[in-house]
Design a protein around this ligand. Sequence first.
Ligand SMILES: [Zn+2]
Length: 449
Amino acid sequence: MIQKTVFILVLLSLIHVCASNPAWADCTYNVTGNIMVLDPATTEDHIVRPLEKVKVLVKADTGGGWSAPWDTVYTNGAGHFSISASKTCASRRYLVQVKLDNNDLIVSPTMGWKTIFQMTDKISDTSVAVGELIFGRPSSAESRYNQASVATTNLADEWTHDRAFIWYILKTSMDYLGNFKRKITVHYPIAGLNNIGWDTTISLTSAWNGLYSSLTGELYSSPSGMYYHAINGTLHELTHCWFAQQLSGPLPCVVDPSTDRSANCTPHIFNEGFARFSSVQLMKTLWNKIDPTPTWSTDPLPAKRAVLANDGPNGPIPDMDVLITDIFGAMNALNMLIVQDIYAYRFGTADDELEYPDENAAERVGVPPLSNCPDAPNLTYKEVLNTFIRTDVGISGNSDWSVLDFYDKVSSTNARFTAEMKDMYLEMTDPEATAEPYSHCGENQIIIQ
Ligand SMILES: [Zn+2]
């Protein structure tokens, strides 16, 4: 009996030794970090932005080469990722790879996975915090780990940084716009043939800075030298895609995108005017960013009547018939929709160009408190967007697209944009009209300062 008890004790002891042997046991490892991008454009402060919902994977190496990916996860709104795995307890070195891809958006499909963190030496830690990994600021990688140069090169690479930044811009804009129906594929940047290192090569005329396909959700964009215009051009194509995705089918007509006017295809003109309007308003709304030297394409305010009548980029816009066939006329009417405090503005007449010789935009003037004015609708950009996703106003019918039809749709979906206000706002965008907003305030006692 004693012998038997001793035998069992010895056996239990052996089992215990086996179970606590590190070579046979598992440890739980956790690799965390934040994936960010240096923002070179929307502020002057060189701040960093989180890369949200990008794909991240972690691989490890105990000495025999890189493992298969432990797991693939998406970053959260702060750019944070956390990957855990139960593995044999051992010293390892780690690498982190990122791909600009999720169910809604992919930027530069040809780029694939990019290594953004790679240790040179093995460590025994089970909790591995690599810190902030910032595209455009490679020195950000956690300094207590020895990093291989391949990772810092990918964080430093100029085009990779630009693509990561475009991800931030597009992700933020898509979240704001909402209601996308298909994944957006972005080829950025693009150029003419034979530019090694560019995302893809397609033939572009010099007149085009971008292209989109409403059918495939593909978007092509090229930077044009200045960051404002590079972002604006990409958002232009994105908002074309968004517009197309609100409709139940293709627009009833499509004309050559290099044609700036078409009397026979106002839906195309409206679509083009909408993309110009929307790209400018997104930058203004989301980043409070306006072109420091606005042109016809980047001014967030509607033009004075004299500028419309005499200085349209595609030629004079003497009346509403021409306005609805002109891209800039359509953009102007959309800008007009969201003017705030409209009674503070003057639009002049087709002939009073000399009064404001230097500026395109309508003049904001100081006015005393007005009485007897109809309530100003003060529509927001978001309210204008909401008009598109109302299926009860013929949006999905895909016909009757012009700025005039759109004003009707806005009026029928927004109680503040009454029929009276609709007529007044159209009057302000009419080059032939002469009335000012304050003309609608009853008595002529209003004094313009
Ligand atoms: Zn366009």
